[in-house]
Design a protein around this ligand. Structure first.
Ligand code: ADP
Ligand code: MG
Length: 364
């Protein structure tokens, strides 16, 4: 099994704990995204898989064998680094094939692998160039090609697209998924960019401060966030988070009341506390000019043009809510009435910050 398994893995540098009790199984052949803010421990986690960092405690298994003490060269990994790490004095061909020559792969085999990698990554015509004579996107493709030709079971990528401009990133993401469809390696892909995580990942492992926050499909990470951190990290603008009190089927936010439906009332009743936190994504709030059934009153503070829509910042009982609107008919100072789409709300325990779960009626 080309799977990777972390069992209660800790990593410290001196007294600083960087990865804290990681339990994570990466399945054979999947594209697993390690996502999280800068400094949360993603690269360290990836480098432990690559065998470039010691494991402080716990066990790491790859292909079913414990690899804590197995050197990098014997783990069957290919890695693409954030800065590409190409050899500046070698041309494209030599950069791609150097590792294979060192491994004494037969010449014919090297030629075949090189040919298909050049084709796949659209590097034909650039074979003789040095890295300094390539664009950022081309260098990135050389780095990918160099990793691809190794034909390893495990393909590790550390923010491989972060140096590319937005357009190139979109095409590089597609190329990467294509490569994976061909080779079916187990991919571990580090990024801080949630869009990249959503588009490339079969599953996302979201980390914060060395802790795994959630491990699930992109759909579930978006629609069923396990905790407040996940709800806020995924989506742009982020999920609105509002303190609430639950009373007899109603949500009390400041002086206003919002009626819950029976499925949510049952869900809250299963939980032991009424001190809850309410989450709603900006795209799941409707704005009206006048009071409607089950709306809350707020005041527009600011409008942000986001191209395809407008972000409307609304003050509501001391909270700032962001709602998305397709038009610009709201202006600062205006009184508005908002409705929170009941099938898209999230409720968290205030103390643990964990989700109280979702009514089963919401599962299709
Ligand atoms: P990420 O890739 O998520 O941005 P890293 O895994 O690179 O984060 O780093 C996690 C934390 O570990 C950071 O706070 C970083 O400063 C620290 N760190 C990384 N490498 C070292 C090191 N060699 N010595 C001390 N601290 C380190
Ligand atoms: Mg990093």
């Amino acid at each position: 099994m080309k799977e990777i398994k972390f069992q209660n893995v800790w990593k410290s540098y001196g007294k600083t704990q960087v990865v804290k009790g990681l339990n994570l199984t990466i399945k054979e052949g999947e594209r697993l995204i390690l996502l999280g803010p800068s400094g949360c421990g993603k690269s360290t986690t990836l480098r432990m898989i690559a065998g470039l960092e010691d494991i402080t405690s716990g066990d790491l298994y790859m292909n079913g064998r414990r690899v804590n003490d197995i050197p990098s060269g014997k783990r069957d990994v290919a890695m693409v680094f954030q800065n590409y790490a190409l050899y500046p004095h070698m041309n494209v061909i030599d950069n791609i094939t150097y590792g294979l020559k060192v491994q004494k792969v037969p010449k014919e085999e090297i030629k075949a692998r090189l040919g298909s990698a050049l084709e796949m990554l659209q590097l034909k015509g650039y074979e003789e160039r040095l890295p300094k004579d390539l664009s950022g996107g081309q260098r990135q493709r050389v780095a990918l090609a160099r990793a691809v030709v190794k034909k390893c079971d495990f393909f590790l990528l550390d923010e491989p697209l972060s140096n590319l401009d937005a357009q190139l990133r979109v095409s590089a993401r597609k190329e990467l998924v294509k490569i994976h469809d061909m080779y079916k390696q187990t991919i571990v892909y580090v990024t801080h960019d949630q869009i990249e995580a959503m588009t490339v990942g079969d599953r996302i492992a979201l980390m914060n401060q060395g802790h795994l926050q959630m491990l699930d499909t992109p759909e579930n990470v978006y629609h069923r966030p396990a905790n407040i951190f996940t709800a806020k990290f995924i989506g742009s603008p982020p999920t609105n988070i509002v303190d609430m009190i639950y009373q007899n089927g109603k949500v009390v936010i400041g002086k206003q009341i919002f009626q819950l439906n029976p499925m949510w009332i049952n869900q809250i009743k299963k939980h032991n506390t009424t001190e809850l936190v309410f989450g709603i994504r900006p795209e799941h709030i409707e704005i009206f000019n006048s009071p409607q059934e089950n709306t809350l009153k707020g005041t527009v503070k600011y409008i942000e043009n986001q191209g395809s829509s407008y972000g409307v910042y609304i003050e509501l009982e001391g909270n700032e809510l962001i709602a998305m609107s397709e038009n610009k008919k709201w202006g600062p100072g205006q009184e508005v009435y908002v409705r929170l789409m009941i099938n898209h709300i999230h409720i968290f325990d205030k103390e643990t910050t964990n989700s109280i779960g979702y009514p089963k009626e919401l599962d299709q």
